[in-house]
Design a protein around this ligand. Structure first.
Ligand code: ZN
Length: 473
């Protein structure tokens, strides 16, 4: 096992314009977005988190945030990056699949399937670059893909077998306006040991140390006045029910249902499933499963509750399944061993991530109510001073966090911002530095390297070995 990256971030500001603490600050400061996978909203309640507490005192803390449904890693991260619900951005699962050839690619290999990510919604990296910003990304889902013939200017995709013991120098000699960082914990630990375990609490302590390290380093190099930091996650984690009293969901045991009636399926991926019945079998499959288990929700895609925003996209298969908290969906038999899972209804409190923000554009010591993570995108566009693409969020849901109340900048400010970008580029060429060192203290190889011998519906065994249980994301 063991994952827990620690990041040392050294950022030398290329341009030393004075920090502005009121009025229109749009685009004057740098932005760092950090995602700690699976960090549930309440994970700081049973662990001492001095660095996260300090960040809340000096910035903004939300009660929690609501991710989009489906509450799994790649789809929810792409919502953070695009401000679109999953049915609108099309990254509908962690895995790529082809229902004609039966081919499936696991989480890691899906990162390199450009057309899976690049299907109409631009992530903020590309939008920012087109408007003169320089962006970078470390390990964030979606980092590897090419979008409308553009890639992130400075990026590192997590290697498949990453030696996380070495110190890696990263982003050297770069002058970046916007950086995204991704950490695979506490998700991995939450899956393996459960969200209520001592191991999960240890993982949260590591997150806290990482946050402290990043902020101290930014402070040491005089960057705090020019750097906004947003820390959040993609989803939470819920304890999986175990034991003899638990009536497991096993589709093959439901009367009237047969896997033979399906052309293709995505089940055995935690509490969620997608089914493509064979020609003429849709109603039979639907009727058999509907009411087939008290904790199983079965919908034809067009009948999915509108609040879930998970029905419109053509990639979503005709029948959608999801389980109540604590349950997972099995095809033939129970082979999933995870003690924690996500992928449940996004209204379930266990699925809600945390949200913190600090920096020159944010109020200090402000506690705010919950909001949906589709709203993080317009907030980030505002902070960077860029024009957002069409999205499902609104700055109105986060502007109360900002010292400027999200006041719009007039076109004169935008022009000034563009000129400053030109200067930023020249400054970088002249040798100003923005350095990001990544120091890895330990890493949980669990989700990448653990072999799952019982996995039965994955065609590519080699890939399975590398990527392990798909539900770990
Ligand atoms: Zn995740």
């Amino acid at each position: 096992m063991l994952l827990a990256l620690s990041v040392l971030l050294l950022i030398f500001p290329a341009t030393l314009s004075a920090p502005v603490r009121d009025g229109c600050t749009t685009g004057k400061n740098k932005l760092l977005l950090i995602s700690f996978d699976g960090f549930r909203w309440d994970y700081d309640r049973d662990v001492d988190t001095p660095n996260l507490d300090k960040m809340a005192e000096e910035g903004v803390k939300a009660a929690y945030v609501t991710p989009p449904f489906l509450t799994i890693t790649s789809p929810t991260h792409f919502t953070l990056l695009s401000g679109r619900y999953i049915e609108n951005h099309g990254v509908i699962h962690n895995n790529w699949f082809n229902t004609s050839t039966q081919e499936k690619k696991q989480y890691y290999m899906t990162q390199f399937v450009d057309e899976y990510w690049d299907n109409g919604s631009l992530p903020i990296w590309i939008t920012a670059q087109r408007q003169g910003k320089k962006t970078g990304s470390l390990h964030f889902p979606g980092t590897a893909a090419t979008y409308q013939n553009e890639t992130i200017q400075v990026k590192e995709v997590e290697p498949r077998f990453y030696d996380h013991t070495d110190e890696t120098e990263w982003f050297k000699d770069q002058d970046l306006d916007f950086v995204t960082l991704y950490f695979g914990d506490p998700d991995s630990t939450g899956h393996k040991y459960g969200p209520d375990s001592p191991e999960r609490r240890e993982a949260v302590k590591k997150v806290d140390r990482t946050v402290g390290y990043i902020r101290e380093t930014a402070e040491k190099h005089g960057l705090s006045d020019y750097l906004n930091i947003i820390i959040t996650a993609d989803h939470g984690m819920s304890t999986v029910f175990k034991g003899e009293d638990v009536k497991e969901i096993i589709l093959n045991d439901i009367p009237g249902f047969s896997l033979k009636d399906l052309k293709f399926h995505m089940v055995d991926y935690g509490p969620f499933g997608l089914l493509l019945p064979k020609e003429g079998m849709l109603d039979k499959v639907y009727e058999a499963l509907k009411g087939g288990h008290p904790n199983l929700h079965v919908y034809k895609k067009e009948d999915m509750p509108a609040r879930l925003h998970y029905s419109k996209h053509p990639r979503i298969l005709p029948i959608v399944l999801y389980a109540d908290p604590g349950y997972v969906i099995n095809g033939f038999y129970v082979f999933q061993t995870n003690k924690g899972e996500h992928g449940y209804d996004n209204e379930v409190m266990d699925m809600k991530p945390f949200f913190r923000a600090v920096g020159p554009d944010f109020h200090r010591n402000l506690f705010v109510g919950p909001f949906e993570t589709v709203n993080v995108y317009p907030l980030m566009c505002h902070l960077l001073g860029i024009k957002p693409e069409i999205n499902d969020g609104s700055l109105d849901n986060t502007r109360h966090m900002l010292i400027s109340d999200g006041e719009s900048c007039d076109s004169g400010d935008v022009r000034e911002s563009s000129l400053q970008n030109v200067f930023n580029g020249l400054a970088a060429a002249a040798g100003f530095l923005l350095l990001v060192f990544v120091v890895v203290t330990s890493y949980n190889g669990y989700k990448r390297c653990k072999i799952t011998p019982k996995a039965k519906d994955i065609g590519d065994e080699h890939e399975m070995k590398a990527d392990s249980k798909q539900t770990s994301f």
